[in-house]
Design a protein around this ligand. Structure first.
Ligand SMILES: [Zn+2]
Length: 340
């Protein structure tokens, strides 16, 4: 274990909860993010500025309107105050190339003429093939240890397809919303490793597809069923460039409809819908929601601080916390499915 060096918030002096993996720690008292890792350059951390609160709420109402099942009941929906959350990402620009040899079992039917007429028979062959495949993509990596869910992937992909302008963290932080920052839990080296693991999976899928295609072609039966029996793959990473740590904003927009609470998670810069929570019945599920949100560690001081003052408003914030847990953490997503 490393010597217990104490980290303190440079803004307010409060002690920071630093784990060995921490890259950016968010002060639980003043909410400001501090850099504590060495493999990330403080000056290079960037963030995408968020839509204004009113604009985020307007986009969410429009999205709700577009949903058929809500259209008739929209008049009864009560929208809560949106909450902003910043999620930490790396984007890994990766390019890989593989050379492979494989044995593929191909099965097809053919018609044979015999003295008693035409019959079909099943033919199975094992074909040896070889080839080259490549894979290149920019892979979003959420800098959190918990497994990222589909919504985290969707938010990262949405950033890559829309490319909003990012500014240095110091320029972009609005300290009235700074408590919305999620700590970044790992640096560039691990981000590269996570991205390459995904990239190698994709590359190997392409190897299988290519091997099957070549085997079908070899037996001249394009519709034959094919199964890769074994393969030898040599691959090399041609490129794996990691972006600066990039904070992406997410607005969480809660609404109450027929005594159920829902919320939308919308991309913070353009209002595109990223995730939507299942209904939660307030009176039955508050206890569950509180524990799920706190267990997920995603609320910071946000919901907990508000909860005692106003049950409903606090519940809305806690739900917003569980919404992003739903969006960003597989464990809580499962809990939601169990209870929904
Ligand atoms: Zn502080």
């Amino acid at each position: 274990m490393a010597a217990s060096r104490e980290f303190r918030c440079p803004y307010c002096g409060a002690p920071l909860d630093v784990t060995p993996d921490s890259v950016i720690v968010v002060c639980r008292y003043c909410g400001r993010p501090s850099l504590v890792a060495s493999d990330v350059d403080a000056g290079s951390v960037v963030m995408v500025p968020a839509l204004k609160r009113d604009e985020a709420a307007r986009r969410a109402v429009e999205a709700a309107r577009r949903k058929l099942r809500l259209r008739l009941r929209l008049k009864r929906a009560v929208f809560g105050d949106p909450d902003l959350l910043y999620a930490p990402y790396y984007f890994v620009d990766a390019s890989l190339r593989a050379r492979y040899r494989a044995r593929v079992k191909v099965t097809y039917t053919r018609t044979v003429s015999t003295e008693r007429g035409a019959t079909t028979e099943v033919v199975t062959k094992v074909v040896s093939v070889s080839g080259d495949v490549s894979y290149a993509d920019t892979i979003p990596v959420l800098a959190r240890r918990a497994a990222a869910g589909a919504a985290a992937e969707k938010l990262g992909r949405h950033y890559l397809s829309t490319r909003p302008k990012a500014v240095p963290l110091e320029q972009g932080v609005d300290y009235s919303t700074a408590k919305a920052f999620m700590a970044a839990e790992f640096g560039k080296a691990r981000a590269r490793a996570v991205a390459l693991r995904d990239a190698v999976d994709e590359l190997l899928k392409r190897v299988d597809e290519d091997a099957k295609r070549r085997a079908r072609r070899a037996v001249e039966h394009p519709a034959a069923s094919a199964q890769v029996l074994d393969k030898t793959v040599d691959f090399e990473v041609e490129r794996a460039d990691v972006s600066p740590l990039t904070y992406l904003p997410v607005w969480l927009v809660p609404y109450i409809l027929d005594e159920s609470q829902y919320s939308f998670a919308v991309a913070g810069w353009d209002g595109a819908i990223i995730a939507e929570t299942e209904p939660v019945f307030l009176e039955q599920r508050i206890g569950y929601i509180v524990s799920a949100a706190l267990a997920a560690g995603l609320l910071g001081g946000m919901g907990g601080a508000v909860f005692p003052h106003s049950l409903i408003f606090g519940a809305a914030l806690l739900l917003a916390g569980s919404a992003i847990a739903f969006a960003l953490g597989a464990r809580v997503t499962k809990a939601f499915e169990v209870r929904a």
